[in-house]
Every structure is written in C-alpha cells, then in structure tokens.
Design a protein around this ligand. Structure first.
Ligand SMILES: NC(=O)c1ccc[n+]([C@@H]2O[C@H](COP(=O)([O-])OP(=O)(O)OC[C@H]3O[C@@H](n4cnc5c(N)ncnc54)[C@H](OP(=O)(O)O)[C@@H]3O)[C@@H](O)[C@H]2O)c1
Length: 344
C-alpha cells in the first residue's frame, strides 16, 4: 500500500507534461517531486514555470527513478520512448501514467505488459475521455438500458494536427507517431470500445492521404475501419488529422429502444417524449483539442484513489493493450485489404 502522500515525477517537459503538472497540483496529497528532461536546465525551467519548489530536475532516467519519495511516474514523451520508460519505471517499482499510444508495435506492447505484471505496479493510460461528462452520461444511460440492446456504434476523431501544434515536427514522422489511429484516433476507438462495453473481434479498413498532402504526413492521416464486436454489435471508427475544421468528435449509438447522438437521446423508454424527437442532455463535450480542456483531472484523481485502495484501474495497460491490438489489426487490414481478426 502506498503512502497517503504521493510523490509525482514527470518525464518530458512539453505540452501534455504541462497539463499533467497543472492537474496533479490540484489533487490532495499529491506533490510533484521530480522532472526528467533531455536537458536538466529544461526540467528546472519547467518546475519554476509551475512554481514547484523542492523538486529534483534530472537529465538521466535512472537518477530520476531513484529520486527519494517518487511514487508515480507520468510519461509525457513522444511515442517511441514510452516502452523503455514504462519498463524502467515498473522495474523501479513505480506506478505509471502512460500517455497514448503506449507502444507502436506488438513486441514493445507485450514487453511492457510483462514488466508491469511482474512488478505488480498500477498503470493508467491516458484515454481521459472516459471521464468527460458526455461519456459518463452515456455510460449511465446505457446501464439504465435507455436505448435497449445496442447493435451499432460509431465514434470519430476529426482534428487537424498541423504546424500550429508543438508536436507537429515529430508527429508527421512515421517512426515517431506510428499512424493516424495510434497518434490520435485511438481516443475515438477506445471511447467506442468503452461505451459499447464489448471487445472488438474483427476489422476491415481503408486509409488515404489527400492528393497533395499539404501537411506533409509520412503516413496516411485519414482512416476508416468497420468493427465487429464480441457481443454481435457492429461499428465504425474514422480518423482525420489533416482536416481543416473545428475539432469534431461525433458519437452515435443505436439500440432497439433508442439512439444516442452526442448529447441527445431519442428513446421509446420515455413514454412522454414526443415521437421521433431528440432530448438534449447538457454536459461537457469532447469539442477541443487543447490539453488544458481535457478531463485529465478525473482520470488522475481516479488513479490516485486506485493506488490508495489497491484497486485495478479500468484504463490500465492491460485494458489499453486491447485498443492497441485493434489498431494493429486495422493496420493489417489496410495493408492486406482483407478482414483481420483481432488478437486476444
Ligand atoms: N491524451 C491526450 O489527449 C494527449 C494530448 C496531447 C498529446 N498527447 C501525447 O502526449 C505525448 C507528448 O505529446 P506532446 O504534445 O506533449 O509533445 P511535445 O510538446 O513535443 O512534448 C514532448 C516532450 O518529450 C520530450 N522528448 C523526449 N524525446 C523527444 C524527442 N525525440 N523529440 C521531441 N521531444 C522529446 C521533450 O521534453 P524535453 O525536451 O524536456 O526532453 C518534449 O518536450 C505523446 O505521446 C502524445 O501523443 C496526449
């Protein structure tokens, strides 16, 4: 059982690291005790920028992990760094928050899962939309069977990631980002799997790049996949990170008693609802790509509670491994132009 006060350490000093620091500073009993950067001066600057005193600034991962009082490591670096940083943190006995995607290939993913299992540490993967008001409402409405038995679901991620974002320089590179789903669309895929409450068994998919590739992506920035779920439902997930439009994250779920369309519901479970009309349920929507607007606070507070009570988080690495396996299957389907079964 961890101490009631938790020491938090962050790896990386970029955009998302700032959001994690700002959120952990709001959680009772948490203290940021160390930051690790490729440059020690940048770690020190990051700490000063967040008015954090008495914390260690490091440019060496082993020295950072040995910091006295460090309990939780938060990995905020580009994707290829996540496996080695996760494995080292697990071996050092730290609980770990891992930014998505956790890995770019199955070999790394499996090594991470093995290391975390062996170390018996807890993990929290940043699929933070599970804590946004819209998702929490939909989960509750589905538990109340307001739309009956669900047979179809779709969720999409449409958000242009261009030079106006700090990560753009490395995110357009195939070996750094992976693909459109791994780097961004994974939020829509994980959200759909979470809301449907069933695992994906089989996929078919296509991807493309617009004819002139204006954002110079080294991989297809657009993809669409159709999914078959274990419970017999079907679904669709689309991604575009080269689109030029406001951030859009549409969610549609259809059941035999009604339909949920973002923050609206049409259901025959409510006898007084006018026939074929929508009822709106005001809530927080996934309508911003800014990390300052993301519901990290709910995710991180829940993780801290899990550490304190020893409960397994529902968004841990083993759970996220399924979302990543679905992406690997989608990539194979795009390549082979055949339906692909998802590995267990
Ligand atoms: N869950 C979400 O909604 C969400 C939103 C945005 C981003 N993310 C994820 O968060 C992670 C970081 O993204 P970000 O937008 O914060 O990126 P970023 O602003 O570029 O920050 C990444 C940080 O990682 C460190 N780093 C280590 N090796 C690096 C390398 N080879 N190239 C560039 N930076 C390197 C850098 O810190 P030092 O220079 O101090 O070493 C840098 O500041 C990614 O996994 C991304 O997908 C998640």
């Amino acid at each position: 059982m961890a101490r009631s006060r938790l020491g938090i350490g962050i790896i990386g000093t970029g955009w998302v690291a700032g959001a994690h620091a700002a959120n952990f500073l709001q959680i009772d009993g948490c203290r940021i005790v160390a930051v690790c950067s490729r440059r020690r001066s940048r770690a020190a600057q990051f700490l000063a920028g967040h008015s954090i005193e008495d914390a260690g600034a490091y440019d060496d991962l082993d020295a950072f992990l040995a910091h006295d009082g460090l309990d939780v490591v938060v990995i905020c670096t580009p994707h290829p760094n996540h496996p080695a940083e996760t494995i080292a943190s697990a071996r050092a006995g730290k609980h770990i928050v891992i930014e998505k995607p956790v890995a770019l290939n199955r070999t790394d993913l499996n090594s991470m899962v093995r290391a975390v299992r062996k170390a018996k540490v807890l993990t929290s993967v940043c699929f933070e939309l599970r804590w946004i008001g819209l998702f929490r409402n939909i989960k509750a409405m589905m538990a109340q069977k307001l739309i009956g038995n669900v047979y179809y679901g779709e969720c999409s991620y449409y958000h242009g990631v261009g030079p106006w974002y700090g990560q753009y320089g490395w995110n357009i590179k195939k070996d750094m980002a992976g693909d459109a789903l791994l780097t961004a669309g994974c939020h829509a895929l994980d959200g759909l799997i979470w809301l449907m409450g069933s695992r994906v068994t089989e996929v078919a998919a296509f991807s493309n790049t617009s004819p002139k590739n204006p954002l110079k992506y080294e991989y297809d920035p657009n993809s669409v996949a159709i999914l078959k779920f274990d419970n017999g439902s079907i679904g669709k997930v689309s991604t575009s990170i080269e689109c030029r439009q406001p951030y859009l994250f549409p969610v549609l779920l259809q059941g035999d008693k009604g339909t949920i369309w973002n923050d609206q519901i049409s259901t025959i479970s409510w006898p007084g609802l006018r026939k074929e009309s929508w009822a709106s349920v005001p809530t927080d929507l996934p309508d911003s790509g800014d990390v300052a607007d993301h519901p990290y606070l709910g995710q991180l507070q829940y993780f801290v509670d899990c550490i304190r009570t020893g409960k397994r988080p529902h968004n841990d690495l083993e759970d996220a491994a399924h979302t990543h396996e679905v992406i690997f299957a989608i990539n194979e389907a795009i390549k082979t132009r055949k339906n692909v079964r998802v590995r267990k």
